[in-house]
Design a protein around this ligand. Structure first.
Ligand code: SAM
Length: 184
């Protein structure tokens, strides 16, 4: 049954229902599966940061980036980190991948990526956000590697081979501020 119809049956508005679902899953799952129209593939007028203080008014809406995941970081942050601290083909690990911001940037920048999160809804959202094929004419500079995306706990990285990661690019949970549902 579609969400609006469930709302009608239980006598609550669609917005209230959406809030209940978002609180329960940590992700606005009503937005999942909505096809995204890609407006542009790269940030406009992007220049790498050269100081230690970074501040972004814009959240960034190139490729599949948007604010659907409430705890996301601005894609300008992983873009800068990945460009500064890794080379094309190297492996970037994000074990708090949330809505997939780091994985999307790693894919765009020709890095291999391991993307993990404890919340299965986040992994669903990450997979949705990675569902794009960059035009080769635009991306002949970098090879495209599909990130490896799976549910798992950052406290257990035993599946990852020792000394195999070139860069950890991860945005830790906001302890006590955002409620991350316990999926175990
Ligand atoms: C601040 S968010 C990361 C947001 C991400 N950078 C993005 O742009 O969407 C932190 C993430 O850590 C995940 N998380 C919390 N505890 C975890 C754990 N023990 N292992 C793996 N992921 C965890 C949460 O589900 C949440 O998605």
């Amino acid at each position: 049954m579609p969400d609006p119809q469930i709302g009608e049956v239980f006598g609550i508005t669609f917005r209230q229902l959406e809030k209940i679902i978002t609180d329960a899953y940590g992700v606005n799952i009503s937005a999942l599966k909505k096809p995204k129209r890609i407006k542009y593939w790269m940030p406009k007028n992007f220049t790498e940061e050269t100081t230690t203080v970074w501040s972004y008014k814009q959240r960034g809406d190139w490729v599949t980036h948007d604010g659907r995941y409430r705890g996301n970081w601005s894609p300008y942050i992983p873009r800068n980190i990945i460009l500064k601290y890794s080379k094309p083909g190297e492996i970037v690990l994000d074990f708090f991948v949330g809505g997939g911001t780091t994985a999307v940037e790693a894919k765009l920048l020709g890095r291999r990526c391991i993307a993990k999160d404890i919340n299965p809804a986040c992994i669903g959202l990450t997979k949705e956000n990675l569902n794009f094929k960059p035009p080769t004419t635009l991306f002949d500079k970098y090879p495209i590697f599909e990130p490896k995306v799976y549910v798992g706990d950052a406290r257990d990285l035993s599946e990852i081979e020792n000394n195999s990661i070139d860069l950890i690019c991860a945005h830790p949970p906001y302890a006590g501020i955002v409620h991350y549902p316990d999926s175990r």
